[in-house]
Ligand binder design. Structure first.
Ligand SMILES: [Zn+2]
Length: 93
């Protein structure tokens, strides 16, 4: 048995258990009985920090749809020195 997630248009997400690989594309909402579509999510992403979940999703996606770049990524905008550095004593003063 595995847990599958569905989303009712009126009541929101809910989970049901089905034998592995036999989850129907629609399931009846336990609250209102309405037909609800299956939702595909990365397992347990809700337990991870948001950034880690995003990194996992990106890694999963790159298996089927790798990102293609046409040039080497730049270094981004030039970083300004931290303002506290201006208060440090200068050499020779
Ligand atoms: Zn419902």
């Amino acid at each position: 048995m595995a847990t599958y997630e569905y989303c009712c248009a009126q009541c929101g997400p809910f989970e049901t258990r089905h034998p592995l690989g036999s989850a129907p594309s629609e399931s009846l909402c336990p609250e209102c009985g309405g037909a609800s579509r299956r939702v595909f999510t990365t397992p347990h992403v809700f337990l991870m920090p948001k950034e880690l979940g995003a990194a996992h999703e990106r890694a999963e996606k790159s298996r089927d749809e790798p990102e293609v770049v046409s040039e080497v990524p730049g270094r981004g905008p030039a970083r300004r020195p931290h303002p506290a550095l201006a208060r440090l004593p200068k050499p020779g003063t």
